[in-house]
Design a protein around this ligand. Structure first.
Ligand code: COA
Length: 149
């Protein structure tokens, strides 16, 4: 097999500082099919992504079936646009007997020269319930802190 030519040294762009200290749980870019009559992104699409992002941390504790029981708060602070790079950050705010509440913050990196600059577009608080095979709430068994999983 012939040797491949050496690649030129590529310029490496530094990763921009993150806008939030919480865990990055999802990144996604909305497409034109996700837009509303204004040409911005449909709020229901944003809510679906937040619901998915919000489930990531509870899933670590619940380890099985769960359901979203409540969207306790949801604020659309700025419109989301087609092509924005959306970053979803989350943290747990409450662990109850059968439920876990999280906050989710969504930041957009706009296209057209604004990548690396984060604007908060949405914040929300959601609650997820651990459920059994019949769909009834079940107690969450917490792992020992620092122990094996
Ligand atoms: C989720 C579900 C199983 C809960 O059943 P339920 O009989 O209402 O349960 P309970 O009243 O015992 O509440 C269960 C937990 O949810 C919490 N909860 C209930 N309503 C809540 C609300 N509006 N906000 C925050 N937490 C809430 C309770 O405090 C409890 O948590 P805790 O045990 O940690 O204190 C049931 O409501 C359900 O199946 N809902 C439909 C879920 C669904 O289809 N989601 C969308 C798709 S995932």
């Amino acid at each position: 097999m012939s040797e491949l030519p050496a690649l030129p040294t590529l310029p490496v762009l530094p990763a921009p500082a993150l806008p939030c200290e919480h865990e990055l749980v999802l990144k996604v870019i909305p497409m034109p099919a996700d837009s509303n009559a204004n040409g911005d992104i449909f709020g229901g699409w944003v809510m679906a992504q937040v619901d998915l992002a919000g489930s990531v941390l509870p899933a670590r504790y619940i380890r099985g079936r769960m359901a979203t029981v409540a969207v306790n708060e949801f604020i659309f602070k700025q419109p989301v646009r087609v092509g924005d790079i959306l970053s979803f950050f989350s943290h747990v705010t409450r662990i109850g007997r059968t439920s876990i509440t999280v906050e989710v913050e969504v930041y957009a990196e706009r296209r057209a020269g604004e990548t690396g600059q984060y604007r908060k577009v949405t914040e929300a608080r959601l609650t997820y319930v651990a459920i059994d095979a019949e769909g009834r709430p079940r107690a969450i068994v917490l792992p020992e802190v620092g122990g094996a999983s």
